[in-house]
Design a protein around this ligand. Structure first.
Ligand SMILES: [Zn+2]
Length: 188
């Protein structure tokens, strides 16, 4: 935790890590990008470096985030995709001018344009969400089994049987709850 603001939960998949910046949507929700600067911080973790962010841009980012969450949830439960969410994702994806570049070490690096780097960063996230929701990547969209979370996550485990968005948070809490329930059943 830095300056009293909630920590990030960082995952390997860009789009679902982004939707994870709001956690416990069905419980006591935790907003992990409460200020424009925290969005800048979050983006820099994923090598999407922007200098600044306005309040309006933060609102747009959150709108994209909730749209990805809604569309990914629908895809995970095989419901029709919500049209409004699809529109927001597509708008964000087409607005950006990010270009993929190759580093000398053979890694992909996104180059954001000078005009509106934040829009470009959001377009990278939107495109990542599209590739997952469209089923282009090896994995399965699923919802976290924690009733207060229900976050959409991308399961890339070999068996495709992951139950929690994050083993260290939701998975652990569930394990502890089961442990305590068993202990209280035992009179000794
Ligand atoms: Zn979860």
């Amino acid at each position: 935790m830095r300056s009293g603001l909630p920590d990030f939960r960082l995952g390997a998949v860009l789009a679902t890590s982004f939707t994870g910046t709001l956690s416990e949507r069905h419980g006591d929700a935790v907003e992990r990008i409460p200020t424009p600067q925290r969005l800048v911080d979050w983006l820099s973790v994923y090598d999407l470096t922007v200098d600044s962010c306005t309040t309006t841009q933060l609102e747009l980012a959150r709108e994209l985030r909730e749209s990805i969450h809604a569309a990914a949830t629908a895809a995970a439960t095989r419901e029709p995709l919500p049209a409004g969410a699809v529109q927001v994702i597509n708008d964000c994806s087409t607005r950006g001018r990010a270009a993929a570049t190759l580093t000398p070490e053979g890694k992909r690096q996104w180059q954001l344009g000078p005009a509106s780097p934040l829009d470009d960063a959001l377009s990278v996230i939107a495109a990542d969400a599209i590739s997952i929701i469209a089923g282009e990547r090896d994995g399965r969209l699923a919802l976290c089994a924690s009733p207060t979370c229900q976050a959409a996550f991308f399961d890339t485990s070999r068996s495709r049987t992951r139950r929690w968005c994050d083993m260290n948070t939701c998975g652990n809490r569930q394990k502890k709850a089961r442990f305590n329930a068993n202990r209280s059943k035992d009179p000794s």
